[in-house]
Design a protein around this ligand. Structure first.
Ligand SMILES: [Zn+2]
Length: 327
């Protein structure tokens, strides 16, 4: 995707900030270790000074002195390893907690952009920073089936709110587990506040954590982005918004809340269809039932969704109200 110089600079600033954070957290951990095991600091200082001495001898060409220093260094390193073991420090204790272990938060591997760079572009171009905050709260470790009642029975499926949620939850877990091997799609539908967005977010968080690129849009935002610039042809729309069509996961939240018209109809089909062709996964959440989707959008969009998406219904009380103790 073409990005402006300003956007590129912003991305590089983000990587710099990550590296600075890593450096700080690593220094903090080292300090803590030195307090716990003062001998560690002595060893590290000795390793540093022996390395310098060894470099000097190398320049002076004194090979016998070098081998002596090398032995010294090896002895210090071994003592360090033994000490860390004795005090139960994990082997990688001094390694920074990289956001991306593959490129060590530099954004590049052997001069080529790392996979995490793609997500940084998405975050900057489509201002996705908001969703990151939400994902720290809305993820699988915070998902609870206890908000779903056994007593509320959905008349269409004859299943309880709890049973439906459990089914959707288990399939969401499988969706993440099998993400690499099968490009599947999900449609969550049901009333407001029954956890459709929450489950989409759980999936988004899990996939972002495993290094996949994810774009989250409300349907309103999606059509807003797609309508920027006047596209005379689909191919131009695809080129201008390449990430939307080829990111690993696209989430379209709250489909049906946008103002629907011929443009949104054609763009929704383009999105759904293009991603199917590219075998890229999409999750749609909506208040609309299947019949309403057919009535609101085109027959061809409906058929793509009904043939290629796993469809999960959620029912129950508004969970947001429940959390506030109002139900
Ligand atoms: Zn990376």
């Amino acid at each position: 995707m073409p990005i402006t110089n300003a956007q590129y600079d912003e991305i590089m600033r983000r990587y710099d900030a990550k590296q600075l954070n890593n450096k700080r957290s690593s220094e903090k951990k080292t300090k803590e270790a030195y307090i716990k095991v003062p001998r560690l600091k002595e060893i590290d200082d000795a390793i540093a000074s022996t390395s310098v001495a060894s470099a000097r001898q190398l320049l002076a060409g004194d090979s016998s002195a070098i081998s002596e220093l090398k032995q010294k260094l090896a002895a210090f390193r071994q003592e360090r390893i033994n000490l860390l073991k004795e005090y139960n420090f994990p082997e990688n204790y001094f390694e920074p907690d990289y956001t991306c272990k593959d490129c060590k938060d530099t954004g590049f591997i052997n001069g080529k952009q790392c996979h995490c760079f793609k997500q940084e572009v998405i975050d900057v171009v489509y201002s996705q920073s908001n969703i990151k905050k939400i994902l720290s709260k809305e993820n699988f470790s915070n998902f609870s089936l206890s908000y779903y009642s056994e007593d509320i029975i959905d008349p269409t499926t004859n299943l309880s709110a709890h049973a439906l949620a459990e089914h959707a939850y288990e399939n969401s877990i499988d969706f993440v587990k099998n993400f690499e091997s099968s490009a599947s799609n999900i449609l969550f539908f049901g009333d407001t506040g029954v956890g459709k967005t929450f489950l989409s977010n759980c999936i988004a968080k899990a996939l972002l954590d495993s290094g996949h690129s994810v774009i989250y849009f409300t349907s309103f935002q999606l059509f807003e982005v797609l309508s920027k610039g006047v596209f005379s042809r689909d191919s131009e729309a695809i080129a201008a918004n390449k990430s939307i069509f080829d990111c690993d996961l696209l989430i379209i939240d709250d489909l049906g809340t946008e103002l629907t018209n011929a443009f949104t109809n054609s763009q929704l089909f383009l999105c759904v269809n293009e991603r199917l062709l590219r075998q890229k996964s999409t999750i749609i959440s909506t208040n609309l039932g299947m019949r309403q989707i057919l009535d609101t959008y085109s027959e061809r969009t409906f058929s793509r969704i009904s043939n290629n998406y796993s469809i999960f219904k959620l029912v129950g009380d508004d969970i947001r109200m429940k959390k506030r103790g109002q139900v």
